[in-house]
Ligand binder design. Structure first.
Ligand code: 13P
Length: 249
Protein backbone atom coordinates (compact mmCIF):
# COMPACT_ATOMS: atom_id res chain seq x y z
CA UNK A 1 0.00 0.00 0.00
CA UNK A 2 1.28 3.44 -0.82
CA UNK A 3 1.34 5.50 2.33
CA UNK A 4 1.25 9.30 2.23
CA UNK A 5 4.33 10.97 3.60
CA UNK A 6 3.96 13.06 6.74
CA UNK A 7 6.51 15.76 7.46
CA UNK A 8 6.19 17.40 10.86
CA UNK A 9 8.15 20.24 12.38
CA UNK A 10 8.92 20.15 16.09
CA UNK A 11 9.55 23.73 17.08
CA UNK A 12 10.60 22.77 20.64
CA UNK A 13 10.88 25.81 22.95
CA UNK A 14 11.21 28.34 20.16
CA UNK A 15 9.03 31.25 18.97
CA UNK A 16 6.64 33.46 20.87
CA UNK A 17 3.05 33.67 19.56
CA UNK A 18 3.81 36.69 17.38
CA UNK A 19 7.04 35.14 16.11
CA UNK A 20 5.10 31.97 15.34
CA UNK A 21 2.69 33.87 13.10
CA UNK A 22 5.57 35.55 11.27
CA UNK A 23 7.31 32.20 10.66
CA UNK A 24 4.09 30.57 9.45
CA UNK A 25 3.53 33.44 7.00
CA UNK A 26 7.06 32.88 5.67
CA UNK A 27 6.69 29.10 5.38
CA UNK A 28 3.12 28.88 4.09
CA UNK A 29 3.93 29.25 0.39
CA UNK A 30 7.01 27.01 0.72
CA UNK A 31 5.32 23.97 2.27
CA UNK A 32 2.47 23.64 -0.23
CA UNK A 33 2.22 20.04 -1.39
CA UNK A 34 -0.40 17.75 -2.88
CA UNK A 35 1.12 14.50 -1.70
CA UNK A 36 2.82 15.24 1.61
CA UNK A 37 0.92 15.97 4.83
CA UNK A 38 2.42 18.83 6.80
CA UNK A 39 2.22 19.46 10.55
CA UNK A 40 3.74 22.19 12.69
CA UNK A 41 4.05 21.12 16.33
CA UNK A 42 4.41 24.35 18.27
CA UNK A 43 4.63 25.47 21.91
CA UNK A 44 1.22 25.21 23.58
CA UNK A 45 0.92 28.97 24.03
CA UNK A 46 1.42 29.49 20.28
CA UNK A 47 -1.34 27.09 19.23
CA UNK A 48 -4.32 29.51 18.98
CA UNK A 49 -2.34 32.03 16.91
CA UNK A 50 -0.83 29.24 14.78
CA UNK A 51 -4.24 27.66 14.10
CA UNK A 52 -5.55 31.04 12.95
CA UNK A 53 -2.48 31.63 10.77
CA UNK A 54 -2.73 28.28 8.92
CA UNK A 55 -6.45 28.57 8.07
CA UNK A 56 -7.06 27.73 4.42
CA UNK A 57 -3.65 26.04 4.01
CA UNK A 58 -2.49 22.41 3.97
CA UNK A 59 -0.77 22.82 7.36
CA UNK A 60 -2.15 21.14 10.49
CA UNK A 61 -1.10 22.21 13.98
CA UNK A 62 0.04 19.93 16.77
CA UNK A 63 1.12 20.21 20.39
CA UNK A 64 4.53 19.11 21.67
CA UNK A 65 3.26 17.41 24.81
CA UNK A 66 0.10 16.88 26.91
CA UNK A 67 -0.84 15.39 30.26
CA UNK A 68 -2.76 12.13 30.60
CA UNK A 69 -5.41 13.31 33.07
CA UNK A 70 -8.56 15.07 31.84
CA UNK A 71 -8.29 18.06 34.17
CA UNK A 72 -7.61 19.08 37.75
CA UNK A 73 -4.81 20.06 40.10
CA UNK A 74 -1.82 19.55 37.78
CA UNK A 75 -0.24 22.98 37.77
CA UNK A 76 1.39 23.88 34.50
CA UNK A 77 0.08 20.96 32.48
CA UNK A 78 -1.99 21.03 29.28
CA UNK A 79 -4.82 18.55 28.62
CA UNK A 80 -5.90 16.83 25.43
CA UNK A 81 -9.19 18.77 25.49
CA UNK A 82 -7.28 22.05 25.70
CA UNK A 83 -5.19 21.13 22.66
CA UNK A 84 -8.26 20.01 20.71
CA UNK A 85 -10.34 23.04 21.63
CA UNK A 86 -7.48 25.29 20.51
CA UNK A 87 -7.52 23.53 17.13
CA UNK A 88 -4.61 21.08 17.38
CA UNK A 89 -4.96 17.77 15.54
CA UNK A 90 -1.68 16.09 16.53
CA UNK A 91 0.44 15.84 19.64
CA UNK A 92 4.04 14.69 20.07
CA UNK A 93 4.32 12.18 22.89
CA UNK A 94 7.46 10.90 24.59
CA UNK A 95 10.07 13.00 22.83
CA UNK A 96 13.53 12.06 24.12
CA UNK A 97 13.93 15.58 25.54
CA UNK A 98 10.76 15.03 27.62
CA UNK A 99 12.10 11.67 28.75
CA UNK A 100 15.52 13.12 29.63
CA UNK A 101 14.65 16.48 31.20
CA UNK A 102 11.10 15.90 32.47
CA UNK A 103 11.31 12.32 33.69
CA UNK A 104 8.84 10.82 31.24
CA UNK A 105 8.85 7.05 31.13
CA UNK A 106 7.46 4.39 28.83
CA UNK A 107 4.54 4.08 31.29
CA UNK A 108 3.60 7.79 31.18
CA UNK A 109 4.02 7.70 27.40
CA UNK A 110 1.49 4.86 27.24
CA UNK A 111 -0.97 6.79 29.43
CA UNK A 112 -0.66 9.84 27.22
CA UNK A 113 -1.04 7.81 24.03
CA UNK A 114 -4.24 6.22 25.38
CA UNK A 115 -5.63 9.64 26.36
CA UNK A 116 -4.75 11.19 23.00
CA UNK A 117 -6.59 8.42 21.16
CA UNK A 118 -9.58 8.56 23.52
CA UNK A 119 -9.94 12.28 22.79
CA UNK A 120 -9.26 12.09 19.05
CA UNK A 121 -5.79 13.61 18.84
CA UNK A 122 -3.29 11.88 16.59
CA UNK A 123 -0.20 11.05 18.63
CA UNK A 124 3.30 11.26 17.17
CA UNK A 125 4.97 8.70 19.44
CA UNK A 126 8.72 9.06 19.79
CA UNK A 127 11.26 6.33 20.38
CA UNK A 128 15.01 6.14 20.00
CA UNK A 129 18.22 4.77 21.40
CA UNK A 130 21.25 6.47 22.94
CA UNK A 131 24.70 6.21 21.40
CA UNK A 132 25.71 3.84 24.19
CA UNK A 133 22.80 1.53 23.42
CA UNK A 134 23.65 1.55 19.72
CA UNK A 135 27.26 0.66 20.50
CA UNK A 136 26.11 -2.16 22.78
CA UNK A 137 24.10 -3.59 19.89
CA UNK A 138 20.76 -3.40 21.73
CA UNK A 139 19.04 -0.79 19.53
CA UNK A 140 16.33 -3.02 18.11
CA UNK A 141 15.54 -4.70 21.45
CA UNK A 142 15.29 -1.30 23.12
CA UNK A 143 13.04 0.20 20.44
CA UNK A 144 10.76 -2.87 20.44
CA UNK A 145 10.34 -2.49 24.19
CA UNK A 146 9.52 1.22 23.87
CA UNK A 147 6.95 0.47 21.18
CA UNK A 148 5.34 -2.44 23.00
CA UNK A 149 4.85 -0.40 26.16
CA UNK A 150 3.66 2.71 24.28
CA UNK A 151 0.96 0.61 22.58
CA UNK A 152 -0.29 -1.32 25.64
CA UNK A 153 -4.13 -1.43 25.49
CA UNK A 154 -4.20 0.55 22.23
CA UNK A 155 -6.73 -1.02 19.84
CA UNK A 156 -5.96 -1.90 16.23
CA UNK A 157 -8.36 0.83 15.04
CA UNK A 158 -6.46 3.38 17.09
CA UNK A 159 -3.02 2.02 16.20
CA UNK A 160 -3.54 2.51 12.48
CA UNK A 161 -3.92 6.25 13.10
CA UNK A 162 -0.73 6.47 15.13
CA UNK A 163 2.43 8.12 13.94
CA UNK A 164 5.72 6.73 15.26
CA UNK A 165 8.84 8.86 15.10
CA UNK A 166 12.14 7.00 15.28
CA UNK A 167 14.63 9.52 16.62
CA UNK A 168 18.05 8.18 17.59
CA UNK A 169 19.08 10.40 20.50
CA UNK A 170 22.63 10.75 19.18
CA UNK A 171 21.29 12.26 15.95
CA UNK A 172 19.09 14.94 17.54
CA UNK A 173 20.43 18.45 17.18
CA UNK A 174 23.94 17.12 16.57
CA UNK A 175 24.11 17.46 12.80
CA UNK A 176 24.91 13.73 12.85
CA UNK A 177 22.16 12.06 10.84
CA UNK A 178 21.62 8.31 10.89
CA UNK A 179 22.48 6.90 7.48
CA UNK A 180 19.43 6.07 5.42
CA UNK A 181 20.26 2.36 5.88
CA UNK A 182 20.49 2.70 9.66
CA UNK A 183 17.20 4.62 9.76
CA UNK A 184 15.49 2.15 7.43
CA UNK A 185 16.68 -0.83 9.49
CA UNK A 186 15.05 0.51 12.66
CA UNK A 187 11.90 1.85 10.95
CA UNK A 188 11.50 -1.60 9.34
CA UNK A 189 11.91 -3.26 12.74
CA UNK A 190 9.26 -0.94 14.19
CA UNK A 191 6.86 -1.90 11.38
CA UNK A 192 7.61 -5.58 12.02
CA UNK A 193 6.84 -5.07 15.73
CA UNK A 194 3.51 -3.40 14.84
CA UNK A 195 2.79 -6.33 12.48
CA UNK A 196 3.32 -8.78 15.34
CA UNK A 197 1.04 -6.76 17.60
CA UNK A 198 -1.75 -5.84 15.17
CA UNK A 199 -1.30 -7.69 11.88
CA UNK A 200 -0.55 -6.73 8.31
CA UNK A 201 -3.26 -4.13 7.69
CA UNK A 202 -2.25 -1.92 10.61
CA UNK A 203 1.47 -2.35 9.84
CA UNK A 204 0.75 -1.26 6.28
CA UNK A 205 -1.10 1.88 7.30
CA UNK A 206 0.85 3.17 10.27
CA UNK A 207 3.09 6.16 9.57
CA UNK A 208 6.71 5.80 10.70
CA UNK A 209 8.92 8.88 10.56
CA UNK A 210 12.63 9.38 10.99
CA UNK A 211 13.91 12.31 13.06
CA UNK A 212 17.38 13.56 13.91
CA UNK A 213 19.22 16.24 11.93
CA UNK A 214 16.91 15.95 8.91
CA UNK A 215 17.71 18.77 6.51
CA UNK A 216 17.16 19.88 2.92
CA UNK A 217 20.22 17.90 1.82
CA UNK A 218 19.39 14.48 3.32
CA UNK A 219 15.57 14.34 3.29
CA UNK A 220 15.26 12.88 -0.22
CA UNK A 221 17.52 9.91 0.51
CA UNK A 222 15.89 9.17 3.87
CA UNK A 223 12.30 9.52 2.62
CA UNK A 224 13.00 7.30 -0.40
CA UNK A 225 13.30 4.30 1.93
CA UNK A 226 10.26 2.07 1.90
CA UNK A 227 9.66 2.04 5.67
CA UNK A 228 10.34 5.77 6.21
CA UNK A 229 7.11 7.72 5.72
CA UNK A 230 8.48 11.20 6.33
CA UNK A 231 10.23 13.03 9.10
CA UNK A 232 10.02 14.79 12.43
CA UNK A 233 12.21 17.83 11.99
CA UNK A 234 13.66 20.07 14.70
CA UNK A 235 16.11 22.82 13.80
CA UNK A 236 15.40 22.85 10.07
CA UNK A 237 11.64 23.29 10.66
CA UNK A 238 12.30 26.86 11.81
CA UNK A 239 13.78 27.91 8.48
CA UNK A 240 12.88 28.15 4.80
CA UNK A 241 14.68 24.80 4.49
CA UNK A 242 11.53 23.18 5.81
CA UNK A 243 9.85 23.89 2.47
CA UNK A 244 12.62 21.96 0.73
CA UNK A 245 12.19 19.06 3.13
CA UNK A 246 8.44 18.89 2.46
CA UNK A 247 9.08 19.14 -1.29
CA UNK A 248 12.00 16.73 -1.12
CA UNK A 249 11.44 15.06 -4.49
P1 13P B 1 16.82 18.12 14.94
O1 13P B 1 16.16 18.02 13.60
O2 13P B 1 17.12 19.53 15.35
O3 13P B 1 17.98 17.20 15.05
O4 13P B 1 15.74 17.62 16.03
C1 13P B 1 15.09 16.42 15.80
C2 13P B 1 13.99 16.31 16.77
O5 13P B 1 14.20 16.16 17.96
C3 13P B 1 12.62 16.39 16.25
O6 13P B 1 11.71 16.01 17.22
Amino acid sequence: MARRKLVAGNWKMNKTPSEAVALIEELKPLVKSDDVDVVFCVPAIDIPAAVEAVKGTNIAIGGENMYFEDKGAYTGEVSADMLLDAGAKYVIIGHSERREYFAETDITVNKKVLKAFEKGLRPIICCGESLEQREQGITIDWIRQQIKIAFLNVTADQAKRAVIAYEPIWAIGTGKTATSDQAEEVCGAIRACIRELYGEAVADQIIIQYGGSVNAGNAAELFAKSDIDGGLVGGASLKADFGKIVNYK
